[in-house]
Ligand binder design. Structure first.
Ligand code: SAH
Ligand code: SF4
Length: 385
C-alpha cells in the first residue's frame, strides 16, 4: 500500500483554485456570491452548477453548455472541478474494489465498492482517518485517529466511485452502486454533523440522488448521538454489537464501558422511524471461542426482544497480527439457526475482498499523524461525547 508523501497538511496545494466538488448547495451559493454573481442570479446559477457537478459528474467547465462561454472561463479560473487523487485502486478476485484516495496531503482514505450478488451494490465509505476506539478485532482500531473527514471528503468518496464505475449521470436508471454504508474507517457518530451534511449532498434528488433508506450508518454504540443521527438524516442504523453481555462486550469493545448495553438498547428503541420495515441491523462478528456458542445466541435473542431487528453475522476477517480466529462454519450456522428460529433474519455475510484487505474491519491507511496536539484535541472531543 502507498505511504503518505506528506505529513503536513499546510503544504501549498498545486492547484490554488477553490475545489467545488463536494460543496453543499449553501456553500456553492455563497461561493458564487463571493465570486460576484449578481444576487438575483445566484439561485439559478447554483442550481445549474449543482446539477452539472452532481448529476452529470462533469470535471470540465466547458461541458456546462447552459452557462455562457465567458462566464465559464472566469469560473474556471476561480474554481476547480477536480477530484481528489486516486492513489491506488485494487480489484479483488470477487470483483470488490478498494480505493485509496488522497484527500489532502497526508490524509489518505479507503473506500470499498462491493458489487451486487443479488440486486444491491454497496459503497463502504470512511468517516474518519483512523479511529479513537480500539475494538480488539478491528484493524482500523490499531490506527490512531488522524482527523475527522469533512462532508465534502465523504461525498467525494461517492463521486470517485461513480467515476470509476462509469455511472454518470446520477439520474440514469440501472446502477451498480445502489447503497452507501458508513462501515469504512472510523466511527461516524464521532463525526455526526459532517456525516449528516454529507448525507444531504449524497441524497439530494437533483444530484447524487441516493434514497435515504439506501444509506446505513454503522456505529459501535455512541449512545448520545444515535437518536440525533436518526433525526438529522433518516438513515438506516446498524449497531456493531458483537456481544450480548456487558462483560464480554467491554472486553472486546472498550466503548461499552462508557455506554453499556442497557443504554445502547434504550437508544435503539428510541431510534426515529423504527418499525418492521425500518429495522435496525445488529452486526455480530463471529470470533472463535469468544462469542459464538448457542448460549451466546440465546443471550442475543433475549437482548433484542421487542426491537425490530435483523442480525448480520460477520465471519471474522483476519488482518496482520490480529488476535482472534474466525469461528468454524458449522458453529456459525448453528448460531444463525438459533437466532433465525427466534424470528430474526440472520444472514451470514460472505466475506468480500479479503485478498486485498478490503473486507469489514481490515481497512487501515498509512496516513501519518498530523500535529500530535490536534490529534489529542480530537481524541478529547470524542471522549467528551
Ligand atoms: N466504526 C463503525 C463503522 C466501521 S466498522 C462501527 O464500528 O460500527 C464496520 C463493521 O466491521 C463493524 O460492524 C465492525 O465491528 C466490523 N468489523 C471490524 N473488524 C472486523 C473484522 N476483523 N472482521 C469482521 N468484521 C469486523
Ligand atoms: Fe473504530 Fe468501528 Fe473499528 Fe471499533 S469497529 S475500532 S469503532 S472502526
Amino acid at each position: 500500500m502507498a505511504t503518505a508523501l506528506y505529513t503536513n497538511e499546510k503544504l501549498p496545494s498545486p492547484d490554488a483554485r477553490i475545489p467545488l466538488a463536494g460543496m453543499s448547495r449553501d456553500e456553492l451559493a455563497s461561493a458564487l456570491a463571493d465570486f460576484g454573481i449578481e444576487p438575483k442570479k445566484i439561485g439559478m446559477r447554483s442550481k445549474q452548477i449543482f446539477h452539472w457537478v452532481y448529476n452529470y459528474g462533469v470535471t470540465d467547465w466547458e461541458a456546462m453548455s447552459n452557462i455562457a462561454k465567458g462566464l465559464r472561463a472566469q469560473l474556471a479560473e476561480r474554481f476547480s472541478l477536480a477530484r481528489p487523487e486516486l492513489i491506488e485502486r485494487q480489484i479483488s478476485v470477487d470483483g470488490t474494489r478498494k480505493y485509496l484516495i488522497r484527500m489532502a496531503p497526508g490524509i489518505e482514505v479507503e473506500s470499498v465498492f462491493i458489487p451486487a450478488v443479488s440486486k444491491t451494490g454497496a459503497l463502504c465509505v470512511s468517516s474518519q482517518v483512523g479511529c479513537t476506539l480500539t475494538c480488539k478485532f478491528c484493524h482500523t482500531g490499531t490506527q490512531k485517529l488522524v482527523r475527522n473527514l469533512t462532508a465534502a471528503e465523504i461525498a467525494l468518496q461517492v463521486m470517485v466511485a461513480r467515476d470509476d464505475l462509469d455511472e454518470w449521470p446520477s439520474s440514469s436508471g440501472v446502477r451498480k452502486m445502489t447503497n452507501i454504508v458508513f462501515m469504512g474507517m472510523g466511527e461516524p457518530l464521532y463525526n455526526t454533523d459532517e456525516v449528516a451534511k454529507a448525507l444531504d449532498i449524497i441524497c439530494d434528488p437533483e444530484g447524487l440522488s441516493f434514497g435515504r433508506r439506501r444509506i446505513t450508518v454503522s456505529t459501535s454504540g455512541v449512545v448520545p448521538q444515535i437518536v440525533k443521527i436518526g433525526e438529522q438524516t433518516s438513515a438506516m442504523l446498524a449497531i456493531s454489537l458483537h456481544a450480548a453481555n456487558d462483560k464480554l462486550r467491554t472486553q472486546i469493545m472498550p466503548i461499552n464501558k462508557k455506554y453499556p448495553l442497557a443504554q445502547l438498547m434504550d437508544a435503539c428503541r428510541a431510534y426515529p422511524g423504527l418499525s418492521n420495515s425500518k429495522r435496525i441491523t445488529f452486526e455480530y462478528v463471529m470470533l472463535k471461542g469468544m462469542n459464538d456458542s448457542p448460549a451466546h445466541a440465546k443471550e442475543l435473542i433475549a437482548l433484542l426482544k421487542g426491537i425490530p431487528a435483523k442480525v448480520n453475522l460477520i465471519p471474522f476477517n483476519p488482518w496482520p497480527g490480529s488476535p482472534y480466529e474466525c469461528s468454524n462454519w458449522e458453529t456459525i450456522e448453528t448460531f444463525a439457526d438459533i437466532v433465525n428460529a427466534a424470528g430474526y433474519a440472520s444472514p451470514i455475510r460472505t466475506p468480500r475482498g479479503r485478498d486485498i484487505l478490503a473486507a469489514c474491519g481490515q481497512l487501515r491507511s498509512e496516513s501519518e499523524k498530523l500535529r500530535a496536539s490536534t490529534r489529542r484535541k480530537l481524541e478529547k472531543e470524542n471522549r467528551d461525547i
